[in-house]
Design a protein around this ligand. Sequence first.
Ligand SMILES: [Zn+2]
Length: 209
Amino acid sequence: MPIPPGRLTELPGDGSLLAWTVDDGDDSSVVRAYTEFGRDTGTRLTFFLNGSKPAWTENADLLRPLVADGRIQLGNHTWSHADLTSLSAAGVQDELQRNHDFVLSTYGVDMRPYYRPPYGYRDASTDAAAAEIGYTCPVLWYGSLSDSGLLTPDQVVGFADQWFLPQHIVIGHLNFTPVTTVFPQLTQIIADRGLTTVTLDDVFVRPTG
Ligand SMILES: [Zn+2]
């Protein structure tokens, strides 16, 4: 289906799909663990990355083949995790373009039109500035693993139980290790509910030109 206009917070329709998305990359070992999890289980994931973080260079060889075959999709989360609403239009474009160029050269993929504004902070001005360079689809979320800070593993499972639901876009983070200790519990929730994990490209057709 085409990408609906405006921001994306959930997947349209009445399916049984789950878009499991994870952001940042503060901890390189968490990026590695999530990537291996995707590789070993077939769970389809979307990573919204900040190329300024060393994890994205350190794990590039491991991640590149999964990106190439579409099992893990990369989305733009700005170069340095900037609050876009604090920047000029040129500043917004610099943040997105620098990250874009890094991913194109390191992974060989074009992330447009998908980007996630850090903290979810955006407004009409940032949307317009991003759209001028092809980033027309801000991707937000409908449910969070709430692990941008340090949680216990049980808390992560609790948030997955709350938010892994049909057609949800769920946000998690590549920053702290507890989530990497409960992948079996999280995949069990997905299986018990009959959900199918998808990337954005599994669901939407990107605009051409
Ligand atoms: Zn973030």
